[in-house]
Design a protein around this ligand. Structure first.
Ligand code: PRX
Length: 651
């Protein structure tokens, strides 16, 4: 975090809701009262009001065996039907669902009727390939409409999607394919990024190469043509999306599944080297997605043009690009490329072009825009914007105020939304038109959500004190497990404070009003540009390189990206003389990009002779963080060898 905690807590600027905004706001203060009076009744109302059930539920929550929750368990629904057909049936088929903007400037607008038709065909295609309910389908794609069609088609047939971010490596694809036991993989030849076609299919070929990794569970690979780049085809396995879609019947009836039917697995970094397959199910997840999207973003689906810049490879893309907006019948923008391609300010061009009214992005991007200067957004017409959102990492007050002043014309509310892959939907946020805003604080749990800050013994801290963030009551969009690893699910989230309290892994502080300020992770998970990375995963990638004897990774504060990856590496004695430290560092940075993906590439690799360890052999990351951030080195008395830090500093 660029600001230290003291700066955060002395932030005194306040922004009261604007009367005009409040007058037409979706949310009102009464929501808090209704949820407080009858929490489960409140959630039942949301589930009935926002979701269409084939068979209505009678039971709201079964929490008889925590942490295994069942929400709306005797109800049945089809998630894709909720995002598509029901809008068409209600006469809203002509409303644009997606305004897609490709990076090179090509674009397509797709109505709900058209999107429904595409998903029906894609569902037939999947069934034709033998995909049945409960089967896993991996999706590795750029942000193009077909990616959303693919996700919804998987959901429609009751299969489980696992989207792998397009920036991840072949290794990362393979480990997810194996863990999930995927039967089909949907990809594209490539997508546009930073002015060039970035190939995707070669990574899939490498991931599924039986001569390298052994046979995989994947039977068919479906390839969408987007980049136009040449791709290799494995006969019998690979098929073109367009060829298959042409053959499909137009009609497909969505079958209803139980509320707890699995919807997707999304892998995210944890404290060990192995990513966790976070499992979400249908009815509760969709309720959480639709409820939060409507109330936090003040969605008026008839008039708003909503844009979340997230990629579908992350949870924000699942909940606030696919399921929330489409369940609510919103019109939204999706954009394939980077914010500065081909010119800085491309995002602002997109806002102007489509008249975006609600904009949701990560603080890193806001800080990057601050750096390039206010003239760039000021030269575009951003007057359509009426609400801004922030997600993924703490937003420092200066960035918050700049965001509101420069992007939001000094007038729009900003919702700073705290949540996680695991929570499925937003847990802590202001409600626009209701809450007086405090820059830098996520503020209050949403109506229906029970959050607290506790000390190490699980005792709630008082106002003005700090501790660990917990969620004290189950919520509909909560994760239902870690795919294939129940023990890790219970251990990671539900054992620190007992089986019914969710441990989030974030530090937090309550201010004198009881509002919540997020202070970053308390575990070995890093947050780089709002993306979660595990120190252990990067360390294990580093030590898999033959020149490395030992490695330690820390997240160092970074002005733009929140944190950045800094690695300390000891080379094998046999290698140390054959390469310069610069050569070794360059080779290792590329190796991490190859093993995990470019987002995990260390900013700095420091070649050192020793690592600071306690007498019991534990690496003291705190001291390494001091070095990485250029600070005076802290207390070294527990080091086995107190001269080590001197050596690292000098080295
Ligand atoms: O540390 C918190 C941070 O991002 C983590 C969750 O990462 P992920 O599962 O990838 O989901 C990101 C998008 C929801 C959290 O444990 N985080 C997320 N939002 C905020 C945040 N930290 C501070 N303020 C936020 N608004």
């Amino acid at each position: 975090m660029p600001d230290n905690i003291d700066n955060l807590l002395t932030e005194t600027r306040r922004f009261a809701p604007d009367a005009e905004f409040t007058a037409s706001a979706v949310a009102d203060a009464g929501l808090y009262e209704r949820a407080r009076a009858d929490r489960l009744g409140f959630w039942a109302d949301q589930a009935r009001g926002l979701v269409s059930w084939e068979k209505p539920f009678t039971e709201v929550l079964d929490w008889s065996n925590p942490p295994f929750a069942k929400w709306f368990a005797d109800g049945t629904l089809n998630v894709a039907y909720n995002c598509l057909d029901r809008h068409v049936e209600a006469g809203r088929g002509d409303r644009v669902a997606l305004h897609w903007e490709g990076e090179p400037g090509d674009s397509r607008s797709i109505t709900y009727a058209e999107l429904t038709a595409e998903v029906k065909k894609a569902a037939n295609m999947l069934e034709g390939l033998g995909v049945r309910d409960g089967d896993r389908v991996v999706i590795y794609m750029p942000l193009i409409p077909e990616a959303i069609v693919a996700m919804l088609a998987v959901a429609r047939v009751g299969a489980i999607h696992s989207v792998v971010f397009g920036g991840f490596s072949a290794e990362s694809i393979r480990s997810r394919v194996d863990d999930a036991g995927a039967k089909v993989l949907i990809t594209a030849d490539g997508g546009w990024r930073k002015g060039v076609v970035s190939p995707l299919k070669p990574a899939v070929d490498e991931a599924l190469d039986a001569t390298v990794h052994g046979p995989s569970t994947v039977e068919k690979v479906v390839v969408v043509k987007r980049g136009g780049n040449d791709v290799a085809f494995t006969s019998g396995r690979d098929l073109w999306w367009d060829d298959l879609m042409q053959e499909q019947a137009a009609e497909h009836t969505a079958q209803a599944f139980e509320a707890e039917h699995p919807l997707f697995i999304l892998y995210t970094s944890g404290t060990t080297g192995k990513p966790k397959g976070i499992l979400h199910t249908s009815g509760g997840y969709l309720t959480g997605a639709a409820y939060t999207h409507r109330n936090v973003f003040d969605l008026h689906p008839e008039t708003d043009v909503y844009w979340s810049t997230a990629d579908i490879g992350w949870i924000t893309g699942h909940t606030y690009v696919v399921y929330g907006p489409l369940a609510n019948g919103a019109t939204q923008v999706i954009y394939e490329g980077t914010p500065d391609s081909p010119v800085p300010g491309r995002w602002w061009d997109v806002i102007e072009k489509y008249g975006v009214t609600i904009f949701y992005a990560a603080p890193t991007a806001i800080r990057a825009a601050m750096k390039t200067g206010r003239q760039i957004p000021a030269s575009r017409d951003l007057s359509s914007l009426r609400l801004l959102g922030s997600v993924g990492e703490p937003i420092n007050p200066e960035a918050w105020v700049w965001y509101r002043d420069v992007i939001g014309a000094g007038a729009t509310p900003i919702v700073d939304t705290w949540w996680q892959t695991e929570t499925g939907s937003i847990m802590i946020s202001a409600l626009p038109g209701v809450t007086t805003l405090k820059p830098g604080s996520a503020q209050v749990p949403l109506p229906g959500v029970a959050v607290d800050v506790v000390d190490d013994h699980g005792v709630p801290v008082g106002d003005g004190e700090g501790g660990l963030l917990v969620i004290t009551e189950p919520w509909p969009s909560m994760l239902r497990g870690i795919w294939g690893d129940t023990e890790r699910f219970v251990d990671t989230y539900w054992s620190k404070f007992g089986r019914s309290v969710y441990f989030a892994g974030d530090g937090a502080r309550k201010d004198d009003d009881g509002d919540i300020w997020l202070l970053g992770r308390v575990d070995d998970v890093m947050n780089v540009s709002g993306h979660r990375l595990s120190t252990a995963e990067i360390e294990s990638a580093l030590v898999s390189h033959p020149i490395v004897a030992e490695a330690a990774v820390v997240g160092a504060a970074d002005e733009t990206t929140g944190q950045s990856v800094v690695a300390f590496v000891i080379l094998r004695a046999s290698q140390a003389d054959t390469m310069t430290p610069e050569e070794a560092a360059a080779a290792l940075r590329n190796h991490v990009a190859h093993e995990i993906g470019a987002i995990a590439k260390p900013r700095t690799v420091m070649i050192v002779q020793e690592l600071p360890k306690t007498r019991s052999g534990k690496i003291m990351r705190r001291l390494l963080r001091d070095v990485a951030e250029g600070r005076e080195i802290g207390d070294t008395t527990t080091l086995a060898d107190t001269t080590v830090m001197q050596a690292i500093r000098v080295g």
